[in-house]
Design a binder for this molecule. Structure first.
Ligand SMILES: Cc1ncc(C[n+]2csc(CCOP(=O)(O)OP(=O)(O)O)c2C)c(N)n1
Length: 321
């Protein structure tokens, strides 16, 4: 963990808190009926996007999922424009016409959330191919989850990235659930990372609720990809704390199951414990960050609520037809 320094440790905490507070705010306002469409929250999975993106530059790319707010924040997008987008306002990233599942910010290499499950594999592979053809040392990270790992595009993209040694990293956030379906009933093998052997690339399993571990493994994968070594498949084991979407009645699991994970395996609590124990950050420094983020989220909320909605005549603008 050579590059781990106090700046990176602060990035870990700031980013995980920014994601958590953002998601809690979205949850609250969705339930109040102020947000249109659907929202899927990243609560409990913050350590993965954070630990991976801490190794990336603005010129690197990521592709995301329907559960994309955390990846987008970790890659450096601005929460005020994300908030406005989710509220359907004209000041948002897609002028209020994309919503939660279509946020992109090319200026920081965030190629987009995606309503198509498994839609990111080929985009990330394409971006990695472009970097290689242009002789640039940018890497591309594809985030996806366990349900998406059973899409055919998983095979097509990883095989091509491996065969052509593209600078791509495939990060599976195995949160144990795909909507209402448990991972164990749809996938024959225990570990998705074990599939890497079929592509001749490294497959790594990491504790997805430990940001330090995620960072360490992602660092190796990023260095490998950047130096021409080709792709890595990382499986980060985690758990989806919230319902599949906000408003999900969650009839398929018990409240006790969720409570146990939150009590024992919350990535933010685990960060605090480790950082304090190792003397990496003080309680006071964390409280200052908490305050800063609270202010930032409140300002984003104000910006979103005061922003105008798109006009009806804008409906067909910015579309590819
Ligand atoms: C191609 C496609 N098939 C089905 C859906 C409907 N759908 C939306 S989310 C989801 C479950 C995805 O599970 P997973 O990949 O594990 O992601 P998670 O929700 O756990 O983050 C499904 C089936 C979709 N959006 N796209």
């Amino acid at each position: 963990m050579d590059k781990l320094n106090s700046k990176v440790v602060k990035y870990f905490y700031t980013t995980m808190i920014r994601i958590r507070k953002f998601e809690e705010t979205i949850n609250e306002y969705f339930l109040k009926g102020e947000i249109p469409g659907f929202v899927h929250l990243y609560i409990g999975e913050e350590a993965i996007g954070t630990g991976v993106c801490a190794n990336l530059r603005d010129t690197d790319f990521i592709t995301s999922t329907h559960r994309g707010h955390g990846h987008t924040i970790a890659k450096g997008a601005k929460v005020k424009y994300m908030m406005a987008e989710i509220f359907g306002k004209r000041t948002g990233y897609c002028k209020g016409k994309g919503g939660s599942m279509h946020i992109a910010d090319f200026s920081v290499g965030m190629l987009g959330a995606n309503g198509v499950v498994g839609g990111g594999y080929t985009l990330a592979t394409g971006a990695a191919l472009a970097s290689k053809l242009q002789n640039k040392d940018n890497v591309s990270v594809c985030f996806f989850s366990d349900g998406a790992s059973n899409r055919g595009t998983f095979h097509e993209a990883i095989n091509m990235a491996a065969a052509w040694k593209l600078p791509a990293i495939f990060v599976c956030e195995n949160n144990q659930w795909a909507s209402t379906t448990p991972y164990r009933t749809t996938t024959a093998i225990e570990n998705i990372a074990d599939r890497a052997i079929g592509y001749g690339i490294p497959g790594v399993i990491v504790d997805g609720n430990d940001v330090f571990e995620v960072y360490k493994e992602a660092e190796k994968a990023v260095d490998r990809a950047r130096s021409g070594g080709g792709p890595t498949l990382i499986e980060a084991k985690t758990y989806r704390i919230k319902g599949h979407f906000v408003g999900d009645p969650e009839m398929y699991r018990t409240k006790e199951e969720v409570k146990k994970v939150m009590e024992e395996n919350d990535p933010i609590a685990r960060f605090k414990e480790k950082a304090t124990e190792k003397g990496l950050m003080t309680e006071k420094e964390m409280q200052e960050i908490d305050k800063k983020i609270e202010k930032e989220i409140n300002e984003a909320l104000k910006f979103a609520s005061e922003s105008p909605s798109p006009e009806p005549e804008e409906l067909y603008q910015d579309l590819y037809v």
